[in-house]
Unconditional design. Structure first.
Length: 450
């Protein structure tokens, strides 16, 4: 699992929240799939950029290891020999568009009538390269796919974290709503049973039906979630109340308006398309492979009918390739694709820049709207507190019934719950803004990766 960056703020004092988040990361099949995709993208990028990480092979073909015994007819004389023929190959790939290999063949011989010996008679160098190698374009494409993979994983981690916060908020909200609605229902049933006026009974009946409907919807929703224990819920809620303001404060202090990683990947794709556009003619010409081989002999040798002495050099150069003279339009289509892909990627980048700006402005507006809604709910809460105090005072003097006093108290509880709901929505809006801004809550990003 990838290390988390912004979660340094969380881990400093939010052990339960951190544990729950890490558990969800570990249990997410989407995260694991995206991590695997990221590893593949990183390997492909490194293969094109890090040619100093060579391949080293030991090849035991064609002769490999042999043990031979010979029995001589009447004398029943037995002789044996052992041989091991291996070739060590060291390959540097994609060095300036070329593949470079060093080979060192070794042969070991041992027998009854001869001394054991190790033969290392030559050293070989091979270089292979296409005449027009699109190495830079391939590196750009691999870098773009790597950044896309990082971005996709970070966005999924954001989604899991936001969903965790929402789950905690929802459970606490609906538990309190269920309690308040149940008490309200009981009070209205008492008022309905005690009321003689038919019009008032109808009014109370409507309230009873609305509360029963609300309770059914609440319990229906609560049945769809996996609840936390009361103690765990309390701990998580308290940690979230501390964490999100700190996260948002860090975000405001450190965030510098810049492109998100998906746009950075699109810019690399556009640059790649530009490189390919400049070679629009490539499908129409032969793009041969040039091979160069060089061998130096340490000892006398006999290779494919030719004898070599110690100190001899052997080199060769070759060109191979093919060219289609007639086709059914495939080459023309490839050439058109090279030209048009650049224009398509350019349009995609422009569209994403515009859409990203719109989404970010919407998220900023959502935060502002949530802030205003919180202020409105605070006014409602203050009014509900005053009303409940008045109802309690009136009840103490006998001006209102117990049921009316309790309903006023429940209105205050409902106002408190609505205020907390508005605060929770503000928290979620801030998290969505941080996510849309390209801020990193999970994953990692190597700024020098491209």
């Amino acid at each position: 699992m990838l290390l988390l960056s912004l979660l340094f703020v969380i881990s400093s004092f939010s052990s339960a929240l951190m544990e729950e988040f890490e558990l969800r990361l570990q249990e997410s099949s989407i995260c694991k799939s995206l991590e695997l995709k990221l590893l593949n993208a990183k390997q492909n990028k490194d293969m094109l950029s890090d040619f100093w990480s060579p391949y080293l092979r030991i090849n035991m073909q064609p002769n490999g290891f042999f043990y031979t015994e010979t029995l001589s007819g009447s004398d029943e004389e037995k002789t044996s020999s052992t041989s091991l023929d291996i070739s060590t190959q060291l390959d540097l790939v994609h060095f300036l568009g070329a593949d470079i290999g060093l080979s060192l063949p070794l042969k070991y011989k041992s027998g009854d009538e001869s001394e054991s010996e190790i033969i290392m008679n030559r050293l070989g160098l091979s270089i292979s390269r296409r005449l027009i190698a699109e190495e830079y374009a391939n590196q750009l494409g691999a870098g773009a796919r790597y950044i896309e993979s990082v971005y996709a994983l970070e966005q999924q981690q954001w989604q899991l974290f936001i969903q965790l916060v929402k789950d905690v908020f929802d459970q606490k909200y609906y538990q309190n709503l269920n309690r308040i609605s149940t008490e309200r229902l009981s009070l209205y049933q008492r008022k309905f049973n005690a009321e003689k006026d038919e019009d008032m009974r109808q009014k109370y009946k409507k309230q009873i039906l609305l509360l029963e409907k609300s309770l059914l919807n609440t319990r229906k929703f609560m049945a769809t979630i996996t609840p936390f224990s009361d103690e765990r819920l309390k701990t998580l809620y308290e940690e979230i109340e501390k964490t999100i303001p700190e996260l948002y404060k860090t975000y405001l202090e450190t965030f510098v308006s810049s492109e998100t990683k998906d746009i950075s990947a699109l810019r690399l794709e556009l640059e790649k398309a530009y490189e390919e556009k400049n070679l629009w003619f490539l499908p129409y010409i032969m793009n041969p492979i040039i091979n160069f081989n060089l061998e130096y002999y340490f000892d006398d040798a006999d290779s494919m009918g030719a004898s070599y002495k110690a100190g001899d050099w052997k080199w060769s150069i070759g060109i191979s390739g093919s060219l289609d003279l007639l086709d059914r339009g495939e080459r023309e289509l490839k050439s058109i694709g090279r030209k048009n892909t650049y224009e398509i990627k350019k349009l995609e980048l422009e569209e994403e820049l515009e859409n990203s700006s719109k989404r970010l402005n919407q998220m900023i507006a959502d935060v502002e709207i949530a802030s205003l809604e919180l202020e409105l709910k605070l006014i409602d809460l203050e009014q509900a507190i005053d009303d409940s105090k008045t109802a309690i005072e009136k009840y103490s003097k006998g001006y209102v019934t117990y049921e009316d006093k309790q309903l006023s108290v429940l209105e205050r509880y409902q106002a408190e719950l609505d205020y907390l709901g508005a605060l929770e929505q503000l928290y979620l809006s801030r998290l969505n803004l941080m996510r849309e801004s390209g801020n990193t809550i999970g994953g990692y990003f190597d700024e020098e990766a491209y």
